[in-house]
Design a protein around this ligand. Structure first.
Ligand SMILES: NC(=O)c1ccc[n+]([C@@H]2O[C@H](COP(=O)([O-])OP(=O)(O)OC[C@H]3O[C@@H](n4cnc5c(N)ncnc54)[C@H](OP(=O)(O)O)[C@@H]3O)[C@@H](O)[C@H]2O)c1
Length: 389
């Protein structure tokens, strides 16, 4: 009798614990996409930027006046075209030492020649140089960082601008095996930012500025499926692009948290607006023609460079980043196309996923999980993609 009672009580307690477990499972059931309200709100942000960016940014001058920056050394990735080209030119003309980190070094040399000619007679020659960097190869990123760090100089601003949006193209993978948008727009810049920490520490106060996009509002990242190959989500170039931009915000938020205030390094993301550049080079010709027919709504590359230039040079930025850090805010600073601080997407505030994206990213780029802490301690950190490995 006793046994029965105890067995019935144990069976009822086991069934209730199963129910508890089930409830738990439902509670922690993995989110597999944006909720439709989040998705709709995301598209509203995109539409708002597309239609009203010019009105929202009407208080800004063009070009954006820059404070004195003669002492600054800035690396600008993807500076042969579009927004990056404008960022590099304006920083150099304002007196900074600019390093164009590009895959097409010949095009960059030709641009420098052109800018020097235009600038001649207006002041000292521009202090600008070229270094090779191909973000589709993590080995190239390590080579670039090693070459730069070996100079033992200071780096004040790293601008991760280079990016791709292969609109309408089938899914592509880098030779490292990663989805191309994810690699160029997120993984490679993340590796670069971490490997350059020794130089950013020497240049402190310093900044890492990521040229992000309003498209991250419609992005969703599954840390278990960064390459979008599991078939849980159908791959499109839009999914690839938006996910990579959201992954960058999430990773940057954790990097921002991991860097103590004493390091003096700020991490920010910016939205340049919707800008008329070569980013649409993969669109069908007819769509490209339509794209160029709406110049009133689109920013010129000079207008699109303002948020990155603001984030790179405004003297109040370090204070703002510190404020976010002391408030334990879940995301890093995000500067909108009108140079105002704004909130990234709801999904970007998902701190649990951000930590998962952080860990997954470090694993994918071949760095140990404590890479940042070790670099801050002055230790050497090896990357799996290093040539000597
Ligand atoms: N245009 C917009 O409306 C818009 C909106 C939001 C965000 N953004 C972001 O703004 C940034 C700049 O884009 P953009 O509009 O100026 O486009 P863009 O004119 O196409 O310029 C992109 C730059 O990235 C470089 N790049 C591409 N793949 C690279 C690789 N594997 N390694 C090294 N560099 C590489 C390109 O070099 P090559 O010249 O050698 O190809 C080019 O210099 C991107 O991050 C983009 O996502 C743009």
């Amino acid at each position: 009798m006793e046994k029965t009672t105890s067995s019935s009580s144990s069976s009822s307690s086991s069934s209730s614990s199963e129910k508890e477990k089930e409830k738990e499972n439902v509670k922690i059931k993995k989110k597999e996409a944006l909720g439709w309200m989040e998705w709709l709100r995301g598209w509203m942000y995109v539409a708002q930027e597309m239609l009203f960016q010019r009105i929202m940014a009407s208080h800004l001058q063009n070009p954006l006046p820059l404070p004195p920056i003669n002492e600054l050394t800035c690396i600008v990735t993807g500076s042969t075209s579009g927004i990056g080209r404008e960022i590099a030119r304006q920083l150099a003309q304002a007196g900074a030492h600019v390093v164009m980190a590009v895959r097409n070094t010949k095009a960059a040399q030709e641009l420098i020649q052109k800018w020097q000619n235009e600038w001649s007679g207006m002041g000292l020659p521009l202090n600008i140089e070229v270094m090779e960097l191909d973000l589709l190869s993590l080995e190239s990123v390590v080579r670039f960082a090693e070459a730069w760090n070996a100079r033992l100089g200071s780096l004040h601003v790293l601008i991760n601008n280079a990016g791709i949006f292969s609109i309408g193209e089938p899914q592509n993978f880098s030779k490292d095996g990663y989805e191309a948008h994810m690699q160029v727009n997120h993984l490679a810049p993340a590796l670069l930012s971490i490997l350059l920490l020794p130089s950013l520490i020497r240049g402190s106060p310093s900044r890492v500025v990521n040229v992000n996009s309003v498209m991250h509002y419609i992005g969703f990242v599954d840390p278990e499926d960064m390459n979008v190959v599991s078939k849980k989500r159908k791959y499109t170039s839009l999914v690839g692009y938006a996910s990579s931009k959201l992954a960058q915000v999430m990773f940057s938020s954790i990097l921002h948290k991991r860097l103590p205030a004493e390091s003096g390094i700020c991490v920010l993301c910016v939205s340049p607006g919707i800008v008329q550049t070569n980013v649409a080079r993969d669109l069908p010709k007819i769509v490209q023609a339509a794209y160029h027919l709406i110049p009133y709504f689109l920013f010129s590359p000079q207008e699109g460079s303002r948020s990155a230039l603001f984030a790179s040079t405004d003297p109040q930025i370090p204070e703002y980043c510190e404020l976010l850090k002391s408030d334990e805010w879940p995301v890093c600073a995000f500067v909108s196309q009108d140079c105002r601080p704004t909130n990234p997407s709801e999904e970007a505030h998902n701190i649990k996923t951000s930590y998962e994206v952080w860990e997954k990213t470090l694993e994918m780029v071949g760095l140990p999980l404590d890479a940042v802490e070790r670099l801050l301690e002055g230790e050497e950190v090896k990357c799996r993609y290093g040539v000597s490995e």
